[in-house]
Design a protein around this ligand. Structure first.
Ligand SMILES: Nc1nc2c(c(=O)[nH]1)N[C@H]1C(S)=C(S)[C@@H](COP(=O)(O)O)O[C@H]1N2
Ligand SMILES: [Mo]
Length: 321
């Protein structure tokens, strides 16, 4: 590629090929001096996502289960490069379109096969864990081939499950996002089968790494990242991390999941990060850490095998992808 001037690079090239967050690295690789400065003048609106930033400071302790030794992804990237189809399918749609989303009051219904079903606000859910909020730094890997390192704040999902006292018949936990097409313009169109739903097997849900997040980077969750409460399951592809949850239900049978419904050949129920199982349309062997230019090797279970591999011993992970 013999690119000489910034104006030689079509806008679409920057946004699509370099996936705009990496535009500086892309421009630098294309040999353009001072690219960072020029790029920020060139794309001003993408650099001011403040309107959708949350700003409630949270009190939390730091968890021993955090991933250590990796640089955090800049907060600006985590809040402007999102998948949240309820607010549009482009990466910068959620932070632009979710600014007015009402996350208070909010009720989560915990129901199904349990002895203590309950309807709680976000504060009520957080209180179910007597240890209070904790920060968990996790690697996150999207099935599209990019990854981030995010300091989530939340509580173990296990605390909520224990409080609800599931019955022995409850083998899975099903989750549902709010359905409110008036607020979520994406839900006015048949992009996905609304509302967004996800599920975990009971042992996966009880695993200490599974958390319900209410914040990140020291503050409450920005709307575009799934406010006021979302699931974070770091050994699975990002789409398992269902956002803006209103229902948690204990069920006997494997529950439907949105991406499996959409494209069953491409997205299975388990969706563990697995570099040995390609997506039918692309390899999963490597990933691009947002902010970096060269691709990294994708790790089995996203690097969390010590915590989770035993849950899948004896399972054929090519069959149960
Ligand atoms: N309700 C809902 N939850 C969702 C999605 C969505 O479109 N709707 N996208 C998923 C996908 S594909 C990913 S990669 C993560 C992205 O989370 P983030 O934008 O906070 O990084 O959210 C997941 N949760
Ligand atoms: Mo994703």
């Amino acid at each position: 590629m013999a690119i000489k001037k910034l104006s030689d690079i079509p806008y679409s090239e920057i946004t699509k090929k370099a996936e705009y967050l990496d535009r500086r690295a892309f421009l630098a690789a294309a040999g353009i001096a001072g690219a960072g400065l020029v790029a920020s003048n060139f794309l001003p609106e993408m650099l001011s996502p403040k309107s959708a930033f949350a700003n409630t400071k949270l009190n939390f302790t730091k968890s021993d289960l955090s991933t250590h030794g990796e640089d955090l992804t800049p907060e600006k990237d985590v809040t402007t490069y999102n998948n949240f189809y309820e607010f549009g399918t482009d990466k910068d749609d959620p932070y632009k379109n979710a600014t007015k989303f009402r996350t208070s009051p909010w009720t989560v219904s915990i129901e199904g096969l349990c002895d203590k079903p309950q309807k709680l606000g976000v504060d009520g859910i957080v209180k179910l864990d007597s240890n209070g909020l904790e920060e968990r730094v996790y690697r996150m890997r999207c099935v599209e081939g990019w990854s981030m390192v995010i300091p989530w704040i939340g509580i173990p999902l296990s605390a909520v499950i224990k409080a609800a006292q599931p019955q022995s018949k409850a083998k899975y936990v099903a989750f549902q996002t709010i359905y409110d097409p008036k607020q979520m313009e994406g839900q006015q169109r048949q992009i996905l089968d609304w509302p967004y739903v996800e599920g975990l097997r009971m042992d996966e849900a009880m695993n200490p790494l599974s958390i319900l997040a209410v914040g990140m980077y020291g503050e409450s969750l920005p709307n575009q990242d799934g406010a006021p409460i979302r699931l974070v399951v770091p050994w699975k592809y990002g789409f398992k991390g269902i956002k803006s949850i209103v229902k948690i239900k204990f069920v006997e049978k494997e529950p439907p999941t949105t991406w499996n419904r959409m494209a069953p050949e491409e997205y299975g129920f388990y969706s563990n990060v697995n570099p040995n199982v390609d997506h039918p349309r692309w390899s999963q062997a490597t990933e691009r850490r947002i902010g970096e230019f060269r691709r990294r090797k994708t790790l089995m279970f996203n690097g969390y095998g010590d915590f989770v591999a035993s849950m899948y011993s004896g399972m054929d992970l090519k069959k149960y992808y």
